[in-house]
Structures are given as structure tokens and as C-alpha cells.
Design a protein around this ligand. Structure first.
Ligand SMILES: Nc1ncnc2c1ncn2[C@@H]1O[C@H](COP(=O)(O)OP(=O)(O)OP(=O)(O)O)[C@@H](O)[C@H]1O
Ligand SMILES: [Mg+2]
Length: 244
């Protein structure tokens, strides 16, 4: 069986220090395989975003080990971590806002710019991503002029412009109306199905979680195994290794 894309072994994270120290994640172990869609669910404050940040190498765990395709993340050089974040990972996070006064296209091609892709190719790939999200006509608009759903689609365009292996989405439909949320959801699952992009989605939305191959429940900084893992997919996927 292939090496998991991500493997967390007992990872933990505390915030603050002294009496303010808060143990947000108390040792979580999980494996994410290529092509899977996995929902991370749990109450507000349970540690979902914290876990997501650790998995996405945006923050370092205090305890435990994170393996990225079998390699201990601690042994990765800074340049390699940046490359992974920039080229292998795509982010759909509400806190990663678009730059308000930059154009939609400039926002979307930012990861390509960071990766050193030349301007002409950046533009072509950026426009292709915007076309996929049906936003090509807004390419030259300032990001601030987009509607909420359009912003969310622009964020997805930016997340996929580099052809990532994994998309991390934190409440991707959280601020959207049902219809727009459904569009965004469909786009994410189409990327998973058609391009084999691994999806890791934090969500409060039970139906969105159920649409994923697998659900990981987090309660008070720990995995709640009484609920986790039950296959609740609407239709059976062909993902090897998802079930024993
Ligand atoms: N930078 C920080 N400093 C101090 N405490 C923090 C910090 N970030 C998160 N926490 C605390 O860690 C706990 C877990 O936070 P986290 O953001 O992971 O929760 P969550 O499950 O994503 O919640 P939500 O569903 O509301 O987004 C919370 O109690 C939160 O207050
Ligand atoms: Mg959160």
C-alpha cells in the first residue's frame, strides 16, 4: 500500500504560556491517503482548525510527529516546507483573505508568482482556473467588488492554480447561502474525483461531512473514536485503503 500523504502520530499543540497555557490539541493520530476526502468535524473550539494548521505545515506541533509522504516534517528544510505549502497544498481558509485592492487574477496567480512562474504562464494558468470557477469575466475586477460566493470561488481558484495534491478547506461553505455553498461543494468534490486531489475539509455542515469518504470527530482536542471513521458516504467510492 502506498505511503499516506499525511500521517500524524499523537500530535499535540498548546497555545500561550504559564497560567494562560491552553492545550488545544492533546494527541491526535491519523492517516490521510492520496485521493481521499476527509471531513474533520466537532464543536466550536474543539481544535479542528488547530489540527488543520498542523497538517498543512502552517504551524508546528509541540508533541508528536507529522509525516509528509513518509518524511518527518521536522527534518524538512524551510525551503522544502515552503515548496510543499506553495505547490503541493492548496488552501481554502476564511482567514486567508484575498487582497482587497488587487485584481481577482492577481490574487489567484499569487502562488504561481511565489513559485517563480513567468508572467505569461501565470496569466494563462490563472485565467484557466478562473474559467473553471466561472469567474473569468471578473478577472480584472478588484477582489473587494466580488460577492461572498464569488470571493469563495476566487479562493478556490487560487487554491487549485498550482495543481496541488491536497486541498485544505476550513469551513469552505460557512458563510455562504445554501445554493452558493452547494456550488462550492460541488467544485471541491469534482476536483477530488476528476483530478484525484485529496480533500481535507473542516466543517460544521453534517451533509458536507457525510459526502466525504471519512469523518474524523474532534472533541476537546482529541479524536472521538466512538464517532470517527464510520463510512457515511452517500455512494461508495473506489478509494483503496479507506476501509479495512
Ligand atoms: N492563537 C491562539 N492562542 C490561544 N488560544 C488559541 C489560539 N488559537 C486557538 N486557541 C484555542 O484553542 C482551542 C481550539 O481552537 P480551534 O481554532 O482549533 O477550534 P475549532 O475547532 O477550529 O473551532 P471553530 O469551529 O470555532 O472554528 C480554542 O479553545 C481556542 O480558543
Ligand atoms: Mg476553526
Amino acid at each position: 500500500m502506498s505511503v499516506p500523504v499525511l500521517s500524524a502520530q499523537n500530535i499535540g499543540k498548546s497555545y500561550g504560556s504559564g497560567t494562560n497555557r491552553f492545550n488545544a490539541l492533546k494527541g491526535v493520530s491519523l492517516e490521510i491517503r492520496a485521493g481521499e476526502s476527509v471531513a474533520i468535524v466537532g464543536k466550536s473550539g474543539s481544535g479542528k482548525s488547530t489540527l488543520m494548521h498542523l497538517l498543512a505545515l502552517l504551524d508546528d506541533p509541540d508533541t508528536g510527529t507529522l509525516l509528509v509522504e513518509g518524511t518527518d516534517a521536522r527534518t524538512l528544510k524551510g525551503t522544502e516546507v515552503n515548496r510543499l505549502r506553495n505547490q503541493d497544498f492548496g488552501f481554502v481558509f476564511q482567514q486567508f483573505f484575498l487582497t482587497a485592492n488587487a485584481t481577482v487574477l492577481d490574487n489567484v496567480v499569487l502562488p504561481l508568482k511565489i513559485a517563480g512562474v513567468p508572467p505569461r504562464e501565470r496569466k494563462a494558468r490563472g485565467m484557466a482556473a478562473l474559467e473553471q470557477l466561472e469567474l473569468a469575466d471578473k478577472a480584472k475586477n478588484k477582489a473587494i467588488t466580488l460577492s461572498g460566493g464569488q470571493k469563495q470561488r476566487a479562493v478556490i481558484a487560487r487554491a487549485l492554480v498550482n495543481n496541488p495534491k491536497v486541498i485544505f478547506a476550513d469551513e469552505p461553505t460557512g458563510n455562504l447561502d445554501t445554493a452558493t455553498g452547494a456550488v462550492v461543494e460541488d467544485i471541491l468534490f469534482a476536483l477530488n474525483k476528476d483530478k484525484g486531489i485529496t480533500l481535507i475539509i473542516v466543517t460544521h455542515d453534517i451533509e458536507l461531512a457525510a459526502r466525504c469518504d471519512r469523518q474524523i470527530f474532534i472533541r476537546d482536542g482529541r479524536e472521538d473514536t466512538t464517532e470517527s471513521g464510520a463510512p457515511r458516504k452517500r455512494h461508495a467510492g473506489a478509494h483503496a485503503g479507506a476501509h479495512a
